[in-house]
Design a protein around this ligand. Structure first.
Ligand SMILES: Nc1ncnc2c1ncn2[C@@H]1O[C@H](COP(=O)(O)OP(=O)(O)O[C@H]2O[C@H](CO)[C@@H](O)[C@H](O)[C@H]2O)[C@@H](O)[C@H]1O
Length: 472
């Protein structure tokens, strides 16, 4: 079987969040003997790409409307090889920029990327058995494969869409419909949702199967999906929730080269202490107090808007005695509120605004508790990384968090709250701080959570079974 994953992100080449982690790991665990699982993504002009070696596979010219663009398909070679064939599409002037998203011409960039992928597959000797698309940036592919005249020879290849985040749908106006390779106009309704071209909705309608990254999120989407509830409910017979895994080759405290000191279950106490002490020295925190961390995009879905309120309440209360360290970027208003707490709470609080992969690893290792007050969490990887690194998750019971974290009082290993509010999260922090004082019990939980298996094997098998059902 030959599978091609099409994605805007893939770790370690380009990462903005969890999508990259998934696409950079899943293919490694899907490849069984005789199978080929590949990834194709855009060529960005970032530091990783600059230091990597690529070999040209083909070059061609695509048409975006009537605008021609030359493109190259390059294969990653040499020491940076991620463990599967990884191809990048270079479209000079469109894709080769430093960042992944947030340019004014993202519609043109990602539509051209999808057309280039189609042209490459159309002209390749060995066609894939499955094309697996991820999120809205690749959502037009199932439509193009089924309805665009030029690609009609691909229409019997099954397509799978995985929704990592339904909040973002890639909407654009019908004035750009000519970007999509020519098709019978009577099919234009498949592109439409609420009067706009909606690539995520299009993929939900046209893909042969739709998956999302946890069973609970799949259910939640039917009542809360940023306008796509009815569609997701209507298409439910082709939908499945498959929980993400984590890649133990990248996320292993015993081997992680980004840590200050490596550790396993046996020496978790001293290993975590060394990482915590480094963080406390670096950010002027108190290593005696429990360390709570937050890592992620500073947006409403992650509950980041209530972080300043939660932090203030926890830090102003002298009896609680906690440290807080946050890492993230996003809404300028939240960034500035979080920064404004640095001066008043110097010695027990810091926020690092920006993206920093290495720091995130040290934080998972050195922290005692991870805060995830997400309002929407399709799966969430942070809580699984935290568990693996012996850090207890404090989470809102939603989506994938519900599927991966059970409260200590219910025989589990995390601290859960049922609502997203300053009060509820503060109450969870109080529970966590009390647990920290029960040293023996706290360290026992730390060791237990490090042993939980969240590796990809089980989920990779579920994807493979899904593919097999389509090929049959
Ligand atoms: N400032 C920063 N510096 C360094 N690292 C940072 C960072 N901000 C975030 N990260 C890292 O980015 C990843 C975030 O992954 P998540 O899965 O938690 O969220 P995301 O919303 O991006 O993903 C979406 O897709 C994934 C994958 O399917 C789903 O798990 C999730 O629920 C869904 O919202 C983690 O590896 C985290 O450490």
């Amino acid at each position: 079987m030959k599978v091609i994953h099409v994605s805007a992100e893939c770790y370690p080449v380009a990462k903005a969040g969890g999508l990259a982690d998934v696409v950079g790991a899943l293919p490694k665990y899907q490849s069984k003997e005789g199978d080929t699982v590949e990834v194709v993504m855009p060529f960005y002009n970032n530091a990783y790409v600059k230091k990597s070696h690529f070999e040209e596979v083909c070059h061609n010219r695509l048409l975006l409307g009537d605008q021609p663009y030359d493109f190259e398909v390059l294969k990653l070679n040499g020491p940076g090889n991620p463990g599967f064939n990884l191809y990048v599409i270079k479209i000079p002037g469109l894709l080769d920029r430093e960042n992944i998203y947030s340019y004014d011409d993202d519609v043109e960039r990602f539509t051209a990327f999808q057309i280039a992928v189609m042209d490459w597959i159309l002209n390749s000797d060995r066609k894939p058995d499955i094309v697996h698309c991820h999120d809205h940036h690749t959502g037009l592919i199932p439509f193009i494969m089924s309805y665009s005249y030029k690609y009609s020879s691909l229409k019997n290849i099954p397509t799978v869409l995985t929704i990592h985040n339904a909040q973002y749908q890639g909407w654009f106006g019908f004035n750009k419909i000519h970007y999509i390779p020519e098709f019978k106009l009577s099919n234009a309704g498949l592109l439409d949702w609420g009067g706009q071209i909606n690539p995520l909705a299009t993929a939900i309608k046209c893909a042969w199967k739709v998956t999302t990254v946890s069973p609970s999120y799949m259910e939640e989407l039917k009542t809360s999906a940023n306008g796509l509830e009815w569609l997701l409910d209507h298409e439910s017979n082709k939908e499945t929730g498959i929980l993400n895994g984590i890649d133990p080759q990248v996320w292993d405290p015993a081997k992680d080269s980004m840590l200050v000191e490596n550790y396993s279950v046996k020496n978790s106490v001293s290993g975590k202490k060394a990482n915590k002490e480094w963080l406390c020295k670096e950010y002027n925190l108190d290593a005696e107090k429990p360390l709570f961390i937050f890592i992620g995009r500073l947006v409403w879905e992650k509950g980041a808007d209530i972080l300043p309120g939660i932090f203030y309440r926890a830090l102003i209360n002298d009896d609680l005695e906690v440290n807080i360290l946050a890492l993230g970027s996003g809404s300028p208003e939240i960034e500035s509120k979080l920064k404004s707490l640095i001066n008043p709470f110097r010695g027990s609080y810091h926020v690092h605004i920006g993206y920093n992969e290495r720091l995130s690893h040290v934080m998972y290792a050195g922290a005692d508790f991870l805060l995830m007050p997400s309002r929407v969490e399709p799966c969430g990887l942070n809580q699984m990384y935290a568990l693996r690194y012996g850090t207890i998750p404090v989470v809102h019971e939603t989506g994938g968090l519900k599927d991966t974290v059970t409260d200590i009082e219910k025989g589990g290993f995390g601290i859960c709250h049922k609502e997203v509010s300053v009060d509820k999260v503060y109450h969870s922090i109080q529970r966590a701080a009390a647990l920290y004082k029960e040293e023996k019990e706290f360290k026992k939980i730390q060791r237990e959570i490090m042993k939980i298996d969240h590796s990809w094997d089980n989920s990779a098998n579920q994807y493979n079974e899904l593919y097999t059902s389509l090929i049959r």
